[in-house]
Design a protein around this ligand. Structure first.
Ligand SMILES: C[S@@+](CC[C@H](N)C(=O)[O-])C[C@H]1O[C@@H](n2cnc3c(N)ncnc32)[C@H](O)[C@@H]1O
Length: 270
């Protein structure tokens, strides 16, 4: 396996909001700036449940990782669009089921890199690594991840709340296809994505708010989310509203019955 090159460093731009920091604000984190809070407040005034949706998204990551590291026996994880560390992070869940699990995190935001030490504190038997690479450069991700992961063995590729920041024109479907093509049979794709067909008018307003902040937001309808899984075998119950994906695997989750306009699904590569 090749050695992982040192991450490229880019200065943190605090003049405009960034998805990782706005998401951190939704989750009650401290790693965000006034511009991020400003956009977060606008979104919450439009949809008061947004903070709850972000938390639900974290719970989905935990449930999917528990299932993959447990029942499906996956020992390698490639998590793209990781976000600012929020406990419990993916490696904590995977390595509590399988201490030898190897995890590669990828994000393009330099602030995530600044906090990467929290992501790199895994079990002595396992491995955790962080790559600062843009998801729109899948070949670069694969080349660098090969330093840690064995692509002849199954890998869980997670793209959780990432693809709604990548437009079709920017190659969202090609990126997923390229990444999946590099995975061995028995690998899994885990994905969540903002829904475009839940409340189209409020969704349109949210897209405008993000756009004013310089962030591309791309909600997708269920059929378009299912397209990401083409050629794969969707695990039950398929692409569903995110809180409904194997709710029984949840630990300490709080449900208030509010709608969560996110789709989620997990599929296996045959
Ligand atoms: C909403 S957060 C989701 C974080 C985490 N996956 C979760 O579900 O809790 C989206 C993350 O995707 C990252 N991101 C957005 N566009 C990206 C891109 N083109 N390449 C890599 N990461 C990207 C952001 O920096 C942010 O950390």
């Amino acid at each position: 396996m090749a050695a992982i090159p040192p991450p490229e460093t880019h200065p943190i731009d605090t003049s405009k909001p960034h998805p990782a920091r706005v998401y951190d604000w939704f989750l009650g984190g401290k790693d965000n700036y006034p511009v991020d809070e400003e956009l977060g407040l606008q979104i919450v005034s439009l949809e008061p449940q947004t903070k709850y949706c972000a938390q639900h998204n974290r719970w989905f990551m935990q449930r999917a990782t528990r299932r993959l590291a447990g029942e499906e026996g996956i020992r390698q994880f490639l998590d793209i669009g990781t976000g600012i560390p929020t406990e419990p992070n993916l490696h904590r869940i995977a390595q509590s089921a399988a201490p030898e699990a190897r995890v590669v995190y990828v994000d393009n935001d330099p602030i995530v890199l600044a906090h990467a030490e929290a992501l790199l504190r895994g079990t002595p038997e396992g491995v955790t690594e962080f790559l600062q690479v843009d998801a729109r450069e899948p070949d670069k991700i694969l080349e660098q991840a090969e330093g840690v992961l064995d692509f002849t063995q199954p890998i869980a590729l997670s793209l959780i709340a990432l693809l709604h920041f990548i437009s079709d024109d920017d190659g969202a479907y090609d990126v997923v296809e390229r990444l999946v093509s590099a995975l061995a049979p028995g690998s899994h794709l885990v994905l969540s994505q903002m829904a475009g067909d839940f409340d189209p008018e409020r969704t349109r307003q949210a897209v405008e708010m993000y756009k004013a902040g310089g962030v591309t937001l791309v909600p997708r309808e269920r059929a378009d989310v299912e397209r990401f899984f083409e050629g794969l075998e969707l695990l039950d119950p398929g692409v569903v509203w995110l809180p409904d994906w194997h709710a029984e695997l949840g630990v300490d989750e709080i449900r208030n019955g509010s709608p969560v306009p996110l789709y989620a699904g997990v599929a296996r590569k045959p």
